[in-house]
Design a protein around this ligand. Structure first.
Ligand SMILES: Cc1cc2nc3c(=O)[nH]c(=O)nc-3n(C[C@H](O)[C@H](O)[C@H](O)COP(=O)(O)O)c2cc1C
Ligand code: SF4
Length: 509
């Protein structure tokens, strides 16, 4: 029977557990104080007099819905999600990972920015702003950032790695113990490929600016290509070895984006500051355990090489300083790799089906997020830092967010899964100073389950929150389960929908 961790009926229950675990978890009790703190506007300071003003201190994290069209355009469910986020009340809406090249898509339904999808992305953004303005009077203080990515070893059609890593190469989805090792070796992204890719990021950023986004984010987290480059110590050549070389891709791309887009365009980064090591289901039981790793550990960014189970922020702190010099003004701090150690990035109550159970109390994971983010914010008080890891706290997340904001440990509190389950969480927090416990995400991982389901006519099931958004995803999760059980591609109306989209995509090709 999986262990239940979140058993709190009061804030004091939560405090007691934190004390028993010997961790520091500041919480604000008073509803009025919570409202006041969360409502604080945030000034993001650019060059000279350039400022971006965020109307409150709350963000929605980037979350792929895997619901785009085969040609990279947003689909019906994508529009629905961003309308729900737009009316939700958070003033920073961080649009999900969007591939800059087709071969860098993580799945055939990932958004992909190019001339043929620009009008669709523009409509997506316009609708999000429009519903926000209708609900709150204006969207002038709402900031929309688009996350740009290349999925690297997790690209579905043509995976490319920054360097060979024995465990990640053999077990790309290393949290499954019973998976046979991958037979074909991964292709390493060559220096010429990377040099050309820098320019694809620049073109994508220029297009995002034309579409109307306030800024872009370079996705350097969760094991994707730009994250992996940061730990490419063993890679020879200009993109590997010392930190200066490992940082080269990001710094070159940022410099060129700044030259092309000017200082009025907001540069942001989502940075994985602690990669951790791969985990797997322990043999003989369902709990998670770290796979064997060499010491000193050569892979991973932000890990202590002598004990990679612990963060070491020396390099991430240096790199953040360089990012700021390159013009980054907004930093979203994340960690872990959802394919091999999901408990680190997304502390959960229940794992995705068949994967390992939490190898640590999820509160330890939450507090790890808060602590490393606090270190970065303290080192760079002028940087707008967005914090992650709040959803596991359910309705108490705003008590922790208010405390972290009050103590200057973060500038903006971001919510991921919590916003899929309860898109209007920010509005409730700001108006009532409390969240409805019946609506909050329970970190049950059905959204991750859907993300991993491929037996759909388009090669990917869309994801959302089946338990709390039944209208959107109730039928979809049933179809995904039936397809997984039968081993066949889903049929019925989904197939019809899929086939017609495929036909349309073929017409574009
Ligand atoms: C369905 C789903 C999709 C996600 N997609 C992205 C993404 O596109 N980009 C990204 O940086 N993180 C992505 N994440 C990670 C979230 O942004 C966030 O870091 C994570 O869920 C932890 O925050 P939380 O505890 O508030 O959920 C995704 C998470 C989920 C559950
Ligand atoms: S499916 Fe819903 S409740 Fe479960 S983790 Fe995802 S958002 Fe939370």
């Amino acid at each position: 029977m999986p262990k239940r961790y979140f058993t709190y009926n009061t804030l004091d229950d939560l405090r007691r557990d934190a004390a028993a675990l010997r961790i520091e978890l500041p919480l604000v009790d008073d509803k009025e104080e919570i409202r006041r703190i969360l409502a604080r506007p945030v000034e993001i300071c650019g060059e000279g007099a350039r400022r971006w003003r965020l109307g409150n201190s709350l963000a929605i994290h980037p979350m792929e819905g895997c619901d785009g069209e085969p040609d990279g355009n947003p689909g019906e469910l994508t529009f629905r999600r961003y309308q729900r986020f737009g009316v939700g009340g958070a003033k920073l809406i961080w649009f999900e990972a969007c591939a800059v090249v087709e071969e860098g898509r993580a799945n055939p339904r990932q958004l992909w920015i190019h001339a043929g999808s620009a009008a669709g992305l523009e409509k997506l953004l316009a609708e999000c702003r429009e519903v926000h303005a209708r609900e709150f009077g204006s969207s002038g203080d709402m900031i929309a950032v688009l996350q740009l990515t290349h999925s690297g070893r997790y690209s579905y059609a043509q995976p490319r790695v920054a360097y060979h890593h024995p465990v990640l190469d053999a077990f790309p989805f290393a949290n499954l113990a019973n998976l046979p090792p991958r037979a074909t070796p991964f292709e390493v992204a060559g220096d010429d490929y990377l040099m050309a890719l820098e320019d694809r990021f620049v073109e994508a950023a220029a297009l995002a600016q034309k579409i109307g986004f306030d800024g872009i984010d370079l996705k350097m987290t969760h094991g994707y290509l730009l994250a992996e480059l940061l730990s490419a110590r063993a890679r020879p050549g200009p993109y590997g070895g010392p930190l200066e070389n490992r940082a080269r891709f990001a710094l070159n791309a940022l410099r060129k984006i700044r030259e092309r887009c000017g200082e009025g365009f907001l540069l942001a980064a989502r940075l994985g500051v602690y990669d951790g090591v791969p985990y797997a289901v322990s043999p003989g039981d369902s709990s998670g355990a770290a796979r064997r790793f060499p010491v000193p550990y050569f892979g991973g960014f932000g890990v202590n090489p002598q004990n990679p189970l612990e963060p070491d922020l020396t390099e991430p702190l240096t790199f953040v300083g360089w990012l700021m010099q390159a013009g980054v003004r907004l930093l979203n701090v994340s960690m872990g790799n959802p394919y091999v150690n999901p408990h680190i990035g997304r502390p959960f109550e229940k794992p995705n089906e068949g994967l390992y159970e939490a190898p640590e109390h999820p509160l330890l994971g939450v507090v790890r997020h808060f602590a490393v983010t606090g270190e970065i914010q303290h080192a760079y008080p002028g940087l707008a830092v967005v914090g992650t890891g709040y959803s596991w706290l359910q309705h108490y997340l705003i008590h922790a967010a208010a405390a972290n904001l009050k103590l200057g440990r973060v500038s903006v509190a971001g919510v991921g899964r919590g916003a899929l389950a309860y898109p209007e969480w920010a509005r409730d927090a700001l108006t009532k100073g409390e969240l409805d416990p019946l609506k909050t995400c329970k970190t049950l991982s059905f959204c991750t389950y859907l993300m991993r389901q491929k037996k759909h006519p388009l090669g990917q099931f869309p994801t959302g929150c089946p338990p709390f958004d039944k209208e959107g995803y109730g039928a979809i999760v049933k179809q995904a389960r039936a397809a997984a059980r039968s081993g066949e591609i889903a049929t019925s109306d989904l197939e019809a929908e899929g086939q017609s989209k495929l036909k349309r995509a073929r017409r574009f090709a």
